[in-house]
Design a binder for this molecule. Structure first.
Ligand SMILES: [Zn+2]
Length: 529
């Protein structure tokens, strides 16, 4: 009896504690709704129209690994949202500084069922975009999901939606960020949970966090930090919105104008039938949000349901044999190279994701039975060429990087990566890492594979590969073989030619981390002009 009474008391205490936490969460949300404008005013919102600017930076395309972020893009935008149909349109003018200066002017339409892009928004265009006249394409389900998530995170109506969905709310306790403690709630949206942290003084939402997976840094926080609240058409609007990736600001949005219930012509929110039919739905599986969002920062996002390749253009990744035992991994936006040695394999680059690497590892097992990858050579640290590093080192590969990159990758491999959708959790912190100071020769007694550090303007400590027996070089980003050569040599190409000369090698052909394969002689001739 005593024991039963005790258990009853404990369970009542647990229930009342949970109820209290629930009430606290509800109270935080109610207060926020009031602070933003009140439930009645928010419920009367039929449309929202917003103008603003965005600046973006990319930390993993830096010159030096772990160094200063690349400034990526300066944009202006006009966004409209129809609350009833949950459809949004964003008209963009995006001025990119990286990887090359250019301006893309385009529009996005995002509805619950489909997404659409009118105009050119990327250098990595899909077949559908290239075929359409004028250029347009349906968004991949991955991009649709990422766009929907960020529209909801930024919505003036988020707190009202939370108020109306108490079953999706739970207490997140107090969360401390940058020495400030915020009372917080978790809100389980359709696809992902937001941790909404509130300002203790004003009651307004201060930070809205998601727990994302980043192919370089593993488990990361992605926070929208709201500040500079101003009244716009009767609602309080955060006019400064900074996105922080693991505490580093990567995006700054300024809202310059906000209107409530301005009419929106229906046509502006309508996806043309030709693109709506067959458009991807938001996926049910994991979304690589950071890849989808940040490849757009630099205007290189390939808007496909498989991040590695355009599902409308190719059946998938494949090997292309360049010489006996030398396979170029092609079929996608990013390539690698496999070299067969007597009793093992050497792989150059681990692009995109561990999904991509898992494909390569599977195909390599079938092609070269009994030979595992002993060395993974990364030409440079940029996220799109290293995102699949974990799959290789998890299989026991030694990591080979250029001068100055060892410590960076030691940190990367020690970072927690429990949210990796493509790889089981394991400790990679003791991975052997070889840092190439100048030149490294791998040999099995018969075949040699070389790696050379070359001076270049793209990434510090960049390596090129060379297989003497095939007189084949491998370069990523500084030369993408196969594309027409420019009329005049540029700094990246000049760096490659100087590097080849300094190494004292005599390649006949080069294969690329992008592009295909091409003769080296025309490039050398261009540099000599
Ligand atoms: Zn690069």
């Amino acid at each position: 009896m005593k024991r039963a009474a005790f258990l009853l008391a404990v369970s009542l205490a647990v229930v009342s504690c949970a109820t209290m936490m629930g009430q606290q969460s509800q109270a935080l949300v109610s207060r926020a709704v009031e602070a933003v404008g009140g439930a009645d005013k928010l419920a009367a919102v039929k449309t929202l129209s917003v103008k603003g600017t965005v600046r973006q930076w990319e930390p993993e395309q830096s010159m030096v690994a772990g160094g200063e972020m690349r400034f990526a893009c300066d944009s202006t935008f006009e966004a409209v949202v129809d609350v009833g149909s949950r459809a949004a349109r964003i008209d963009w003018v995006r001025k990119f500084a990286y990887p090359a200066p250019r301006t893309f002017t385009f529009s996005e339409i995002v509805t619950p069922e489909a997404g659409y892009v009118a105009g050119i928004d990327s250098n990595g265009r899909t077949k559908q975009s290239l075929d359409a006249k004028p250029p347009a394409h349906a968004m991949s389900g991955l991009r649709l999901a990422a766009s929907q998530r960020e529209l909801l995170r930024n919505s003036s109506l988020l707190t009202l939606e939370m108020l109306k969905s108490p079953d999706r709310l739970s207490s997140a306790g107090d969360v401390t960020v940058g020495g400030v403690s915020y009372p917080a709630v978790d809100y389980r949206g359709a696809a992902q949970t937001f941790t909404v942290m509130f300002d203790r003084t004003t009651g307004l939402p201060a930070r809205i966090r998601t727990l994302d997976y980043d192919s370089v840094w593993g488990d990361v926080t992605y926070d929208l930090v709201l500040s500079d609240w101003k009244a716009m058409d009767g609602l309080q609007v955060a006019t400064t919105r900074k996105y922080e990736l693991n505490g580093r600001m990567v995006q700054e949005v300024k809202i310059t104008e906000g209107k409530v219930n301005a009419p929106i012509a229906a046509a502006r929110l309508t996806i043309p039938d030709a693109f709506k039919a067959g458009a991807s739905k938001p996926p049910t599986g994991p979304v690589p949000y950071q890849w989808v969002i940040r490849r757009q920062f630099i205007g290189t996002y390939l808007d496909s349901d498989v991040p590695s390749y355009d599902t409308r253009a190719t059946p998938g990744l494949r090997f292309a044999e360049l010489a006996p035992g030398v396979q170029h991994v092609v079929g996608g936006s990013h390539h690698g190279l496999i070299v067969e040695m007597r009793d093992h394999l050497i792989v150059f680059d681990a692009p995109v994701s561990d999904w991509h690497s898992n494909w390569v590892l599977g195909a390599a097992r079938a092609k070269f039975p009994g030979k595992s990858v002993k060395y993974l050579v990364l030409t440079h640290h940029h996220m799109d060429h290293v995102g699949g590093v974990r799959a290789y080192v998890a299989q026991g590969a030694t990591l080979v990087v250029g001068k100055g990159n060892g410590e960076y990758f030691r940190k990367v491999l020690a970072a927690p990566s429990t949210r990796n959708p493509d790889l089981a959790v394991r400790d990679l912190s003791r991975t052997e890492i070889i840092e190439v100071a100048d030149k490294r020769v791998f040999t099995d007694g018969q075949r040699e594979v070389h790696a050379y550090v070359i001076e270049n303007p793209h990434a510090a400590g960049l390596l090129i590969g060379y297989i003497p027996a095939a007189r084949l070089g491998f370069s990523t980003d500084i030369w993408s073989p196969g594309a027409p050569l420019p009329d005049k040599i540029n700094p990246n190409l000049a760096a490659l030619v100087a590097g080849v000369k300094k190494a004292g090698i005599s390649p006949v052909k080069f294969a690329g981390g992008h592009g295909s394969v091409a003769d080296y002689a025309p490039l050398a001739a261009l540099a000599a002009k």
